[in-house]
Design a protein around this ligand. Structure first.
Ligand code: GLU
Length: 429
């Protein structure tokens, strides 16, 4: 009889190009030696529990039919229902959604919210479609993945290029298909449809909170500290605003259109007030422009990649002159670049801690939906602050204990929590 090869790659992966999933696998490899007896379950982390690929056909405004590829990947649900956003982007791939779903498992466990990890995506450039077309895409996608989502099963949320309006269409579609309104099926909803106060700002606020902690640990005075931000959306924009309010100088911001720079600090509120995402930041003329190389090489105290994955690589890691990197985006740093940054003594606060504010307030939103009792914004921000500080400090303690980076430390705590649950539940049947 043939013995199955335990560590064989799943057949849906291209072994020559693992993409972002390859980065995640490398991160898990680095943690394996620290898992002790739980190491026997580590293979669980190296393959998603469930992958759904769907065709999303929609009628465009001009009467033609377009087809988009959609995904929902549930990576691990040992600790609770799946949780994670849905991304609309022309470059979405299965490997990317798989990696993002795994980072959600690690993130939820790292900050100890009772969810597993999942992620969704549609391969579409939303800038090319009208609101009505995007509504039809969203409704058909939710219908196609409807059998695997639900308030106790898997709960989508916003991610790159998705927002509260899109979440409202998701809730409505799920309600029409099931015959009942269950607002807890999705988080990141508008306030008038069961959304939570503080959710829009939560990820940026979390980035700021861990930044304050890390700056204190590194002996950096935030007042006058130079901050560089990649991304002007919900994460980068809010984080920039909070650092600016705390007295830091945001000297550069970058988006799809390029970089703007002002050595004495950008007027962040004015800049964001006139910012039009479609046009891009360069058209605000709020500062000088810089090339991408110049942007990464800026001398600063804090660098915040808050856009897409794969931004800090072997190509630019060596040029980075920040003291602290706070990963507002998911997966912005490759493992090789991680090694370069760590050899240069740069502290990296990993995505699974740094941007966990979003899913933390998603957890609060979900809990509020179940009890139909809504909390005040102060209470939400207090609880978010406490959870982010606890997660950062316990990760820093584990990092010191094992003499590893904050990323490996966060993975040690998170993977231990996931695999403990896995072992307690045992194998079925
Ligand atoms: N998309 C966000 C993330 O990557 C939030 C996910 C959520 O709230 O479920 O963490």
């Amino acid at each position: 009889m043939n013995q199955p090869t335990q560590h064989e790659l799943p057949s849906y992966l291209n072994p020559n190009d693992l993409g972002p999933w390859g980065i995640y696998l490398e991160q898990v490899e680095r943690v394996a030696p620290y898992l002790g007896k739980l190491g026997k379950w580590v293979e669980t982390l190296k393959r998603p529990k469930r992958i759904l690929t769907v065709d999303v056909p929609v009628e465009l405004d001009n009467g033609t039919i377009a087809h988009f590829e959609g995904y929902r990947v549930q990576h691990n649900m040992a600790r609770g229902p799946g949780k994670g956003g849905v991304r609309y982007h022309q470059d979405v791939t299965l490997s990317e959604v798989m990696a993002l779903s795994a980072w959600m498992s690690v993130k939820c466990a790292a900050v100890n919210v009772p969810f597993g990890g999942a992620k969704g995506g549609i391969r579409i450039d939303p800038r090319k479609y009208s609101q009505k077309e995007l509504e039809r895409v969203t409704r058909r996608y939710i219908t196609e993945i409807g059998m695997i989502i639900g308030p106790d099963k898997d709960i989508p949320a916003p991610d790159v290029n998705t927002n509260a309006q899109i979440m409202a269409w998701m809730v409505d579609t799920y309600a029409m298909n099931t015959g009942q309104l269950a607002t807890g099926v999705v988080t990141g909803k508008p306030l008038s449809l069961g959304g939570s106060l503080g959710r829009v700002e939560a990820t940026g606020r979390g980035v700021f909170t861990v930044g304050v902690e890390a700056a204190r640990d590194a002996g950096i005075d935030l007042n006058g500290a130079r901050v560089v931000v990649q991304g002007c959306g919900n994460v980068g924009g809010i984080a920039a605003k909070l650092f600016h309010e705390a007295g830091a100088k945001v000297i550069a911001m970058q988006d799809h259109s390029g970089t703007i720079y002002n050595a004495s600090g950008l007027d962040v509120p004015a800049l964001l007030g006139s910012y039009e995402p479609q046009q891009g930041i360069v058209s605000t003329k709020a500062g000088d422009t810089l090339s991408a190389e110049e942007f990464w090489a800026l001398e600063c105290e804090i660098l915040i990649p808050a856009a897409l994955e794969n931004q800090i690589t072997v190509k630019n890691a060596d040029s980075i002159r920040a003291k602290i990197v706070i990963e507002g985006a998911n997966g912005p740093t490759t493992p090789e670049a991680d090694d370069i940054l760590s050899s240069k003594g740069i502290m990296v606060i990993p995505d699974v801690i740094a941007n966990a504010g979003g899913v933390t307030v998603s957890y609060f939103e979900w809990a509020q939906n179940f009890s139909s009792y809504f909390w005040e914004e102060d209470l939400i921000n207090d609880r978010l602050g406490r959870m982010m500080r606890d997660a950062y400090q316990s990760t820093a303690t584990v990092a010191k204990q094992h003499n590893v980076t904050l990323r490996t430390a966060a993975f040690i705590s998170a993977c231990t929590r996931i695999l403990e649950a896995r072992e307690l539940r045992g194998l079925y049947p």
